[in-house]
Each structure stands twice: as structure tokens, then as C-alpha cells.
Design a protein around this ligand. Structure first.
Ligand code: C2E
Ligand code: MG
Ligand code: MG
Length: 601
């Protein structure tokens, strides 16, 4: 042992020397048997032994001889004789991406910069696989503090790395589809935006996609088919974009797509069109063939955007717009959508205030017998008596009430007030005691867990005979969740109240369900009645609805009768009840009471 490191040499020289040795494979191999060396014991083992499972190594730096234990060999799948006693046996097997770091770590420790050597890296095993190892070591130094030997251990940490990687993957990916999740998507978006700061000419687009009526599939076919559909949708979206674009699942049936390096909004719209075309093909799931579509909101990054959340929010707004405009389409975000969203928020808080200040009123529209125009009952219709805007019609505020969930407390008020009013009128005369009161129920109300209790308590507190209360529901609401609806409607019926299917003909109905729902009456939507004449389609539809109702043993009420000749036509078709401006507009309670008194007279 002659050439120990000279103390006069600079740190840089030493470093070069060490690095050379770490990678140099041509140094002659003195090759004493490993067992000999390891049996020799001494300081190197005291430093290195980490447990039976670790491989050991011992490197005489000055001689450039490196011994490896049997376990070290077997860890990489080699027999003893296959590994020589030189450092290159290790260093040449290190993954190219890790080599520099390992070299640096060893050199740093040999030079005395670090208290010990420690490096995680990949080493190629005999069968060609990469295994992850943790190498640790400690140098022995001479009286001049020069490292002449370093020894240590090597632990196989492949499994641990796999678990770590899996956890990392799980933290940033969606378990169902394997796509990036919200966290990873936001991270990529953040980075993409940062890159754009340096490239003012480039742009990016963000698509926010929501599967249309996904809930119908999920509820009617079950969650496992719902999951299968989501996976299939994810695959089709991914096939419609370029490899560099990020497709993520935010949750539920919501997906986002980040399109980078795009020419402008046209390029992003083309992506959206491709996705929509891909989704238009039927999905053959395990037991069912289903059709799906999606509403997509598109937003382009403009210099005004600062935070990634702002882009996501606006893409979401545009997606909502696409839904409202009839689904299965895309909408590009415009700043007006923002002001619309702000208006909606303002309206929502105004509605909250209206409820607290008791500004809602009910108007009552007579429902009559077509044969003689006599009063059968009323439909309660809500109005908002706005302090400055006057009477606001339900079309202007119910959609917001519905979306915000405020419809539930508002609807509860309607129910209580209508029952109270009906009970009061029923005391006026024996005839009045037979009048029905119809109350509209929205989809949100129907889903409310307190619905049955609300109806029961409104009836109880008002003392109204349950047989005189009618609840009106619309097709789409019940058809979208037909399975649950059947049971719920039956529970409503069990309270003794009647059920009308409102606006019939405007939505989509499944005959199978229609037969199963415990309905009493179909109300023909006024759009058909309005345009009805003997020889057009609407006339035919009205005729078909009446025939259908009679087949299902249901009564029919025609809505929106404005002309006397409509009455004759409807009667000829077998429709016995109606309501409309021809008989009366919806009336404030006092005016409606005149109608009640008139029948008593
Ligand atoms: P709807 O239940 O189908 O009520 C009938 C609507 O048609 C009422 O509009 C009524 O004023 C109008 N109408 C009645 N006859 C005629 C006619 O001859 N010609 C024309 N052009 N229109 C006629 P309104 O009061 O504006 O209510 C609109 C919708 O708002 C209702 O449709 C109902 O779906 C909903 N709605 C009203 N009040 C409530 C409520 O208290 N709760 C819930 N959930 N929805 C309500
Ligand atoms: Mg109605
Ligand atoms: Mg209606």
C-alpha cells in the first residue's frame, strides 16, 4: 500500500481522483478471496454491518480494491465467482440517472464534507431488472485525516420504493380511471401557466366536461355499470387528445382537459368536437348498451388570469351554460357569463331575504269541469311580491331557487300556505269542502328527505282533508330517478293525497314507469293545447295523450285553455277538466275566494 492520498493535494485533485476511481473499471484486480477479507474483521466491519440481510462492501481506496459480501452478490443475482473485487462491479451497474449523485455523495464523504456516505440508487441485477438499494458507508482516515478506505452496507429497498411510488401515484391519481386527480391537474395547470409567463405568444385552453345525465345511468343500472361507464368515458377522452395534453377526473362525472401549445380557441374547440364525437358512439357495458354525451365548457388563458383556480371556475361556468342550453354541446367562456353568475348569486341572497321577510304570495288558478265550467279546485302558483319590482313571476326566480336548494324551504312555505288556505275555504260551504288544492313540487323538493314529513305536518297543522290535496310533479324529475321515485310516490299516495303529472308531453316518459307510478291525472302541457287544431301534430299529440291516459285509467286536465273552441275540441276527445286564461288567470287569494263563494251561492 503505497499511494495513499497525499496531504498536499488540493481538494479538487482528490475529488478528480476519487471520481476517476469510482468509474474506472480497468484497475487490476488483486482479488483476494472475499471470505478471507471479511473474516479478517476489524474496523471496516464495525462500521458496516447492518444486519444479515444487507450486502457489505469494503473499498480500499488507495489500492482501488473493493470487496463485496456473498449477500451483496446474491442481492443482484450473482454467484460469488461472477463478481470481481473492484469498484466497477458496483459503479458500472448503477442507473445512469443515479450515477452522478452516488459519485458525488461518496466523494463528498471521502473529502470529509459529510459525516457519512448514504445514497439511494438503482442497480442493474443479473436478470436485467433495476433494483433499488440504499448504500451507506463510513470512511477510515489516517492521522492526516485522509480517507484510505471506506466500507459499508447495501440494502435492497425495492419493495419500499414500490410502495412509496404507489402511494405517490395514489395521492395524485383517481382510483377509478387511473387519470390524474384534481391535485395533479392543478399542479400541471400551475406549471403550464408559469411557462406561459415566459412565452407571451403561446396560449392554452382548458376544457371542463360533465357527462350528461350520468345520474340516470348510475341510479337505474347500478353503481358498477356507472363506474364502468366512467372508465370508458375516460378512455375515449384520452384517445381524443394528444399525448402531451392532461386529462384529469375531478370527481363524480367531471373531467378536465388541459390543452397546451394550441393555436387559439379554434384548436381547443376541435378537441372538444373530437371528444364529443368519440362519446357519441354507444358504450357496450357488461350488461347494457348505453348512450352518453357530455357538456363541455371551454376557457382560453388570457393575460388577465392569475390563479389556476380562476380558469377552472370559468370553464365550469361555461360548462353550466352548455348544460342549460340543452347539453351535449360546448360553450366558450365569455366575461358575460361571469356577470350572469354574479347576478344569480345576488338573486339567491335576495330570495333568502324574501323568505325571511315573507314576501312570497300564492295566486290561485281555478281548475274547472269542461262540461259546464264549474269549479273543481285550484292550482297554487307562487309569486314574489318584490318591494320595488312588483310581482315577480316564478320563471324568474324558481330556477335559481332550485339550483341553490332554497326551493326546499320556499316549497315548504307554499305547501303550508296552500293547505291553510284550502282548509279555510273548505269551511265556507259543503260544496267548497270538496274543492281540491294543487301544489307544485320541484325536483329538489321531491328528493328532500323531509318531504313526507313536510306534507304530513302541513296537512295536520291546517286540518285539511288529505284527499283534497294534490301534488304536481313533472315527468323529467321522476323519470331521471324512476326507481326511487316509484317508491317515494307510493309513500306520498299513502298519505291519502293525489298525484298529478304536470306539463305532460314536454319531457321524456317511459311507458313502463308511467304504468308503475301511482298517478291520478295527466296534465297536458299548454304548448300542445295552444296550437291545437284538428289537423296538425299538436292536435294529434293531445289526442294521443288523452288516449294514453284513459288506457292507464288516469284523468286528464288540459292546461292553458285560452279559446272557447279549444274546450269543444278537448271535450270531443274525452278530456273532462281544464284550466287556462279563458276561465281565469291565477288570482290573488281574495279574488279566488269570490269563486269559492260563488259555488256556494
Ligand atoms: P305549471 O305548474 O304548469 O303552472 C301553469 C302555468 O301556466 C302558470 O304559470 C300559469 O299562470 C300558466 N297558465 C295557466 N293558464 C294559462 C293560459 O291560458 N295561457 C298561458 N299562456 N299561461 C297559462 P306560472 O304561474 O308563471 O308558473 C310557471 C311554473 O312555475 C308552473 O308551471 C310551475 O311549474 C312553477 N311553479 C309555480 N308555482 C310553483 C310553486 O309554488 N312551487 C314550484 N315548485 N313550482 C311552481
Ligand atoms: Mg303545475
Ligand atoms: Mg303545467
Amino acid at each position: 500500500m503505497t499511494s495513499r492520498w497525499e496531504p498536499r493535494r488540493t481538494a479538487a485533485d482528490m475529488r478528480t481522483d476519487v471520481l476517476r476511481r469510482i468509474t474506472d473499471s480497468d484497475i487490476t484486480d488483486r482479488n483476494p478471496t472475499i471470505s478471507e477479507e471479511f473474516a479478517a474483521g476489524g474496523e471496516r466491519f464495525a462500521l458496516a454491518v447492518k444486519g444479515a440481510n444487507d450486502g457489505l462492501w469494503d473499498w480500499d481506496v488507495s489500492e482501488n480494491v473493493m470487496h463485496f459480501s456473498r449477500r451483496w452478490h446474491s442481492m443482484l443475482g450473482y454467484e460469488d465467482a461472477e463478481i470481481a473485487a473492484r469498484p466497477s462491479e458496483w459503479f458500472q451497474r448503477i442507473h445512469p440517472d443515479d450515477l452522478d449523485a452516488v459519485r458525488g455523495d461518496i466523494a463528498a464523504h471521502l473529502e470529509g464534507d459529510t459525516p457519512h456516505f448514504e445514497a439511494e440508487h438503482r442497480v442493474r441485477a443479473k436478470d436485467g431488472r433495476w433494483i433499488w438499494v440504499l448504500a451507506r458507508g463510513l470512511a477510515c482516515r489516517d492521522e492526516r485525516d485522509c480517507a484510505y478506505r471506506i466500507a459499508g452496507s447495501m440494502t435492497n429497498i425495492t419493495r419500499q420504493k414500490e410502495v412509496e411510488e404507489q402511494l405517490l401515484h395514489q395521492a395524485f391519481h383517481d382510483g377509478l380511471t387511473g387519470l390524474p386527480n384534481r391535485a395533479l391537474f392543478m399542479d400541471r395547470l400551475t406549471h403550464a401557466l408559469r411557462r406561459l409567463d415566459r412565452k407571451p405568444d403561446a396560449t392554452l385552453g382548458l376544457l371542463f366536461l360533465d357527462v350528461d345525465r350520468f345520474k340516470v345511468v348510475n341510479d337505474s343500472l347500478g353503481h358498477s355499470l356507472g363506474d364502468e361507464l366512467l372508465r370508458a368515458v375516460a378512455r375515449r377522452i384520452q384517445r381524443s387528445v394528444r399525448p402531451g395534453d392532461t386529462v384529469a377526473r375531478l370527481g363524480g362525472d367531471e373531467f378536465t382537459i388541459l390543452v397546451e401549445d394550441v393555436e387559439g380557441v379554434e384548436g381547443v374547440i376541435r378537441v372538444s368536437d373530437r371528444i364529443q364525437a368519440a362519446l357519441a358512439e354507444p358504450f357496450d357495458l357488461a350488461t347494457h348498451r348505453v348512450f352518453a354525451s357530455a357538456s363541455i365548457g371551454v376557457v382560453m388563458r388570457t393575460p388577465g388570469y392569475r390563479e389556476p383556480e380562476e380558469l377552472l371556475r370559468d370553464a365550469d361556468l361555461a360548462m353550466y351554460r352548455a348544460k342549460n342550453r340543452g347539453r351535449n354541446r360546448h360553450e366558450v367562456f365569455t366575461p358575460q357569463m361571469h356577470s350572469r353568475a354574479m347576478k344569480l348569486m345576488e338573486l339567491e341572497s335576495a330570495l333568502r331575504g324574501a323568505l325571511e321577510r315573507d314576501e312570497f304570495r300564492l295566486h290561485y288558478q281555478p281548475i274547472v269541469k269542461l262540461s259546464d265550467g264549474s269549479l273543481e279546485g285550484f292550482e297554487a302558483l307562487i309569486r314574489w311580491e318584490h318591494p320595488t319590482r312588483g310581482l315577480v313571476s316564478p320563471a324568474d326566480f324558481l330556477p335559481v331557487a332550485e339550483e341553490s336548494g332554497l326551493i326546499v324551504p320556499i316549497g315548504e312555505w307554499v305547501l303550508r300556505e296552500a293547505c291553510r288556505q284550502a282548509a279555510e275555504w273548505s269551511l265556507l260551504s259543503p260544496e267548497a269542502a270538496r274543492l281540491h288544492m294543487s301544489v307544485n313540487l320541484s325536483g329538489r323538493q321531491l328528493m328532500s328527505p323531509t318531504l313526507i314529513e313536510d306534507v304530513r305536518s302541513a296537512l295536520q297543522d291546517s286540518g285539511l282533508d288529505p284527499a283534497l290535496l294534490t301534488l304536481e310533479i313533472t315527468e323529467n324529475v321522476v323519470m331521471e330517478q324512476a326507481a326511487e321515485a316509484t317508491e317515494l310516490l307510493q309513500r306520498i299516495k299513502d298519505l291519502g293525497v293525489r298525484l298529478h303529472m304536470d306539463d305532460f308531453g314536454t319531457g321524456y316518459s317511459s311507458l313502463a314507469y308511467l304504468r308503475r307510478f301511482p298517478l291520478d291525472t295527466l296534465k297536458i302541457d299548454r304548448s300542445f293545447v295552444n296550437d291545437m287544431s284538428a289537423d296538425n301534430d299538436d292536435g294529434a299529440i293531445v289526442r294521443a295523450i288523452i288516449t294514453l291516459a284513459h288506457t292507464l285509467k288516469l284523468d286528464v286536465i288540459a292546461e292553458g285553455i285560452e279559446q272557447p273552441e279549444q274546450i269543444e275540441q278537448l271535450r270531443a276527445l274525452g278530456c273532462r277538466h281544464g284550466q287556462g286564461y279563458h276561465f281565469s288567470r291565477p288570482l290573488p287569494a281574495d279574488d279566488a275566494a269570490q269563486w269559492v263563494r260563488r259555488i256556494a251561492a
